[in-house]
Design a protein around this ligand. Structure first.
Ligand code: F6R
Length: 608
């Protein structure tokens, strides 16, 4: 969602804040602003639109000072205009706040504060925080922030500065991620590590309930009772190159093309060839746990949920454990049954998705052990889970998830193999699977080789208004994912369906204006998928088929055939999704859209 940056140190704050905001722009991008401690008090600059505009404004009219906070917004309360952009200030303009999350009782607080004479100028929930702090009693800024937060319901990651205490930033967290960056006599605040990476690799992740106080001489973390908390300093393992665009026109394309390498990273050190199993040190499951597992519940959202659907096929086929896949947002409000003895797997690229985090907590509260399949190291889900598997896919900046999806499926393949070997899969079969997994990065590289063909194809479909994606078995989730990629970045209406379900309704939509993309790698359901293609063909639909090399020539039946390397069925989603990612990318790029920052979306959905 929104992004927060803060700086306190010897350097000029504004350029550092702007550079940090630029790194975070993928998280939210409807408006941005900074507040800097200057010789004349707090100075604010805010603008609707992208960070570029704010940079120009600050270039024309600079603000000088070495302590400040900044924000890039994804609107929740109030229109995305300059007035509603953060930072927000109190009545006196002496306290400035940037905030991620949602203050759920903002309306009640606002009415109460207005009755006491406070004057609000924005429609945001965040402004209530500035007035609450203004209203609070206490000898220090942190004591007033703590007092203010006692009135607040909802979630926040926030940073506050006050003219009266010019060398201080107070940070608080409940439900929205915030970390501190620790440099050489300088300190940073960020909602995401990429904002501080060019200055320091030492970060402190705050826990819910933490208040951090940054001054020129150091930082400390306290709880609501002002008791000092010890939080470890972690070393970031990302490098700057990973968050740079390099030769690519968009991060999404870079991340699609990176997949052979990111799959390699997900597999690195985890394939045990002789033992025919996976090494998953962080899983925290005993062999006995694996053997006695009665059920797995996967909770996730969006693309990660699609990976979970593929994971169901993988784990059920390999390990014989029943798997249930749940939208995290639905699961968290149900009364889950039979959770003791179950294992819940939260899948999340960011590790910060609010619904997935709450689903994990609900599963734990209902008696389940919980593990995370997460990309961002140190993220909340990673820290709250009992164990898990990191994807090691590196930072994913493009809002549309690509490399995380293929790494999630690969991690679930490793998990399936690991569980299976404890549940009766033979050494020989385990070794075969390890060999197959080891080839996956090369197969992904081969799948990418048809990019030119896909780009040419995209040209013929760039004006479409609808598309239907159909697949069966483990490729049904790929159909969902292909449709999601197309709709979210090209704004073409697209639906994914199980191919045979088409007959139960969507077939009514088929005519020459409805392109139908079939997932048809060679597997047990291939002949059935061919029959489904014939049904579409008979009704004049145009067909693009994603097949495996060696499937034979489908000309005569389909309009376009794109082939990925053959693979065992369970591995096929990692390959069949690649042409769909490229297809969506090229269509959106040809339409001239901002591929990395599609309208209305944000990278990490940290509010409900
Ligand atoms: C789609 C996309 C989203 C995310 C979803 C979950 O391209 O990126 O659907 O997959 O918001 O995010 P994570 O995986 O961070 O929990």
């Amino acid at each position: 969602m929104c992004g927060i940056v803060g700086y306190l140190g010897p350097r000029d704050a504004a350029p550092i804040l702007l550079a940090g905001l630029t790194r975070l722009e993928y998280r939210g991008y409807d408006s941005a602003g900074v507040a800097v401690q200057t010789e004349s008090g707090l100075t604010l600059r805010k603008l609707a639109g992208r960070i570029g505009g704010l940079k120009i404004a600050l270039g024309r009219d600079p603000v000088t000072g070495s302590c400040g906070i900044a924000h890039t917004r994804w609107a929740t309360h109030g229109a995305p205009n300059e007035r509603n952009a953060h930072p927000h200030v109190d009545c006196t303009g002496q306290i400035a706040v940037v905030h991620n999350g949602i203050i759920e009782n903002a309306d009640v607080l606002r009415t109460r504060l207005e009755c006491c004479g406070h004057h609000f100028v924005t429609e945001t929930d965040t402004e209530t925080l500035a007035h609450l702090i203004e209203d609070a009693d206490g000898p220090t800024l942190e004591s007033r922030v703590i007092a203010a937060l006692t009135h607040v319901e909802g979630t926040y990651g926030l940073a506050v500065i006050a003219a009266g205490e010019p060398d201080k930033i107070v940070v608080a967290r409940r439900g929205s991620p915030v970390l501190l960056g620790v440099g050489e006599q300088e300190y940073f605040v960020a909602s995401d590590a990429s904002a501080v990476l060019e200055h320091t690799r030492s970060v402190v992740y705050l826990d819910d309930g933490d208040i951090a106080v940054l001054t020129r001489t150091g930082y400390h973390v306290i709880d609501r009772e002002a008791r000092v908390q010890t939080r470890p300093v972690n070393a970031l393992d990302w490098d700057l190159e990973q968050i740079a665009l390099g030769e690519y026109s968009h991060f999404m394309l870079k991340e699609i093309c990176e997949q052979p390498r990111t799959l390699q990273e997900t597999l690195r050190g985890r394939l045990l060839f002789a033992d025919g199993t996976a090494r998953l040190n962080g899983l925290n499951l005993t062999p006995e746990d694996c053997r006695t597992l009665g059920r797995i519940v996967i909770v996730a959202c969006g693309t990660s949920w699609h990976a979970g659907l593929a994971g169901r096929h993988i784990i059920e086929a390999l390990a014989g454990v029943p798997v249930q896949v749940e939208y995290a947002s639905e699961f968290r409000y149900r009364q889950p049954v039979g959770m003791p003895g179950a294992l819940t797997i939260a899948i999340s690229q960011s590790g910060e998705t609010a619904d997935t985090l709450e689903a994990l907590r609900a599963a734990r509260a209902a008696g389940s052990k919980v593990i995370g399949v997460v990309n961002v190291v140190g993220s909340t889900i990673a820290r709250e889970a009992d164990g898990g598997i990191y994807l090691h896919a590196g930072p994913e900046i493009g809002v549309a998830s690509t490399k995380a999806f293929t790494s999630q499926i690969t991690a679930l393949l490793l998990l399936g193999l690991y569980l299976a070997r404890h549940r009766g899969l033979s050494l020989g079969d385990g070794r075969k699977m390890v060999e197959q997994l080891a080839r996956l990065p090369d197969l992904a590289a081969e799948a990418l080789q048809i990019e030119g063909e896909i780009k040419a194809l995209a040209q013929s479909y760039v004006e479409e208004r609808n598309a239907l994606y159909l697949g069966r078995g483990i490729n049904f989730p790929v159909a969902l994912e292909g449709a999601l990629k197309l709709k979210e970045i090209s704004y073409i209406h697209a639906e994914g369906y199980p191919a045979a379900e088409m007959k139960h309704g969507p077939i009514a939509l088929i005519d020459q204006d409805m392109p139908v993309i079939f997932l048809a790698p060679k597997d047990a359901v291939y002949p059935k998928v061919i029959s489904n293609m014939q049904e579409v063909k008979a009704r004049g639909g145009r067909i693009i088929a994603i097949t495996s090399k060696g499937n034979g020539d489908l000309r005569g039946l389909v309009d376009h055939q794109l082939s990925v390397p053959p693979s065992p069925s369970l591995l096929s989603p990692v390959l069949t999704v690649i042409p769909l990612q490229l297809f969506a990318y090229h269509i959106a790029a040809m339409r001239g859209y901002d591929v990395d920052r599609p309208r209305n979306l944000a990278k990490s959905v940290t509010v409900e």
